[in-house]
Unconditional design. Structure first.
Length: 82
């Protein structure tokens, strides 16, 4: 399983999700097939982490959606922007 972070390029906003197939899921986001990111474009994949199973991936996703996790994501996004 993978936990991934998308960054909206027009505004400083992030989307966190999890998937078993990162290439397929990114394509779904890119084609506008995902309701929550349909109007998010253009965006950039800024971070991907591997988790050994779905439970671990869900914990990591919840962390990234927490207050401190959002700070970590912002730092990651700032580093990628350099």
């Amino acid at each position: 399983m993978y936990v991934y972070v998308l960054k909206r390029l027009q505004k400083n906003r992030y989307y966190v999700g999890l998937t078993g197939d990162i290439d397929r899921r990114f394509l779904e986001h890119d084609k506008g097939w995902v309701k929550t990111t349909r109007f998010f474009k253009p965006f950039k994949l800024v971070h991907v982490e591997f988790a050994v199973d779905r439970n671990e991936a869900r914990k990591l996703e919840k962390f990234f959606k927490s207050g401190y996790g959002r700070e970590v994501i912002k730092e990651i996004g700032d580093i990628v922007a350099l």
